[in-house]
Design a protein around this ligand. Sequence first.
Ligand SMILES: C[S@@+](CC[C@H](N)C(=O)[O-])C[C@H]1O[C@@H](n2cnc3c(N)ncnc32)[C@H](O)[C@@H]1O
Length: 435
Amino acid sequence: MEDVTLIVKTETATKGRGSYGFIFACTDNSQDECLARMLFGTSRQYGAIAIKVRKGDFLFLHNLDSNVLYGIFRAKTDGKKNIVEEAWKGSYPYQVAVEAIGDLIPLANGTRLLQQMGIKRLTILHEKGSMRLCNFFRPLNVEVKKWHEVLLTYNEKRELKTEPIRNWELLGRAQKLNDVEEVPELQATTLWDFPRQGYGKTKKGDNKYAGVTPAELIWNLIWRYTESGDLVVDPMCGSGTTLDVCKEEGRKAICYDICPPRDDIQQNDARSIPLSDNCVDLVFIDSPYGDNIRYNDHPDNIGNISSETEEFYDELEKVIKQSYRILKPGKVLGWLIGDQWVKRKSTPVGFLLYSRLTKYFETIDIICIARRNQSSNTGLWANRARRHNFYLRGFKYLFIMRKPQEGKQADIRERKVNWAFYERGKNAQSNQRAS
Ligand SMILES: C[S@@+](CC[C@H](N)C(=O)[O-])C[C@H]1O[C@@H](n2cnc3c(N)ncnc32)[C@H](O)[C@@H]1O
């Protein structure tokens, strides 16, 4: 890019937040299609990154095979699903259309540059951070200030001409960026442990609200079981964590509580939800676990009923029936609940609720959620538990249930499983079943 004077201002959609930076990955196999279509794509695993791209943001393409980092590209569209449905045979549906800013500059040893700057696959570079990465793509004869001017305005469309691969270390030392944001990661196992209630730069729900849900838990359900624009309902949404997560992830949300603490949450009893049948894509519920927390004094608050009574489960079953009714067939209910141990009596609230859920729903999976930030999470309580020989509650259950497709109730007799068999140790019996 020898001529940096050919600059025409353009309208971008990044007003208000400046231009962010995003790294997309490709391989030797997919790179040609990226450049031929001028389209970057990714799978659901990194979809949350892709949909945060706004027209005008800076993009970089990292070829993981050759370890070359290409730049600089600018987003021509916002990130969304299936801009070109048939691209990469549908393997990378979360996409953004791009254009190159001048000639394409390939930097050698991209992994080292990204690592030194603290940039991972799920990192979004905010304004200053993205400019700092852009600096490594600066033509050697152009000053930093002039380079920023070029980047922040539109270049005339030019032929895409790749320069020889350049050693970025000629341009200075890479340093860790502060101006970045990490997108949560999809959980891979059935044990989820979130050290903080929130994530990212914006507040989700209110971490002072008694029994507030970890926002990343809801984020995981949304990214596993819904698509952009889908409808999520939380009938007992407390401080509104579900609402805030959905807003940021491009899902529609309707949230209720018996005693709503915010204007954007509707007052309603979860035992009668004012929505028509089969219209919702995901229901999430973090219900009371009994009468251990005083949420409010509303007479219809189910959190005023003891989980040691049958009545508690009867009332929750009414909420289960409503969730079943409003969900579309095949769609998912996530229900978070914990057990109780009070005055030397253990109540398996999770098991008791689960037996009600299975009257209506198929089980997708059961997740163990590590309990953090409980008022009993103190040295004093840990000592009491040891001294008086009881246990503090260390986890909750997240039941992930599916409303059966019509006429497709799962029948385990029809399922055939090919178990893997292997020998354990020298003296092991052969044909032992893998656990
Ligand atoms: C564990 S809290 C939900 C926390 C919420 N997910 C959050 O992140 O803030 C349970 C909520 O259920 C609500 N609740 C209790 N009985 C209800 C009912 N009958 N209908 C609707 N909401 C109810 C309570 O007011 C409370 O806010």
